[in-house]
Design a protein around this ligand. Structure first.
Ligand SMILES: [Fe+2]
Ligand SMILES: [Fe+2]
Length: 207
């Protein structure tokens, strides 16, 4: 159901490494599998799948997946993190090339994602669904009361997200590629020792 290879390809056609470096540089929770890059990448996978079925905007889900938890201070209570992520997204205006309408939706989705039960805007709803489909990682089954898109509410989609979380809670191909692009490690090359130890101190990924 998830086309991981195509999702990775589309992601890097949308997102510039400059933006990734800025986000990762400033991110407090590099080692978190709950709110770090493995989660962000799965959020993009789910949104990518929803957009393939309903023609949602892949640029919106790509930026939402990266920014929505980018300013979390901890893995527990942090009620302002959505707003901080939205403001951070807005502050990078000069290096993010999307339309004014897309910016509004991405900003709104980041801002409300941690407190709004239902949005009237389906593009915002698609973002919230993508985040909520990954609730399995903290042992919570996504509830239809908090989902928007018909496909998100199906057992098939929920089982798909459960499968991804169970199989690789702290690694996806996309999270690996994000780290490689930020630290300039070519895909074909193994991580060399100095880079590996530098990264391993910050990220708890499989290598
Ligand atoms: Fe969040
Ligand atoms: Fe999230």
């Amino acid at each position: 159901m998830i086309n991981e290879e195509k999702a990775v390809q589309d992601f890097f056609e949308i997102i510039d490494t400059k933006v990734l470096r800025k986000i990762i540089d400033e991110f407090y929770l590099k080692s978190s599998y709950i709110h770090g890059t493995p989660h962000w990448s799965r959020v993009f996978y789910y949104g990518h799948t929803l957009s393939n079925h309903s023609n949602f905007d892949k640029e919106i889900i790509a930026y939402f997946s990266l920014f929505h938890d980018s300013k979390r201070f901890n893995d527990h209570e942090d009620p302002e993190h959505g707003l901080r992520g939205a403001e951070f997204f807005r502050s990078l205006d000069k290096i993010i090339y999307v339309s004014a309408e897309q910016k509004e939706i991405i900003y709104e989705a980041c801002k409300v994602h941690n407190y709004l039960k239902q949005s009237d805007n389906l593009e915002v709803g698609m973002c919230l669904d993508s985040d909520r489909l990954d609730l399995w990682r903290v042992g919570i089954k996504p509830s239809n009361d908090y989902l928007h898109i018909d496909l998100s509410k199906t057992e098939k989609m929920k089982n798909t997200s459960l499968y991804y979380v169970q199989n690789n809670p702290n690694y996806t191909i996309l999270s690996d590629r994000i780290i490689r692009s930020v630290y300039d490690i070519e895909q074909e090359k193994p991580y060399n020792n100095s880079i590996l130890s530098k990264i391993k101190n910050q990220f708890k990924f499989k290598f």
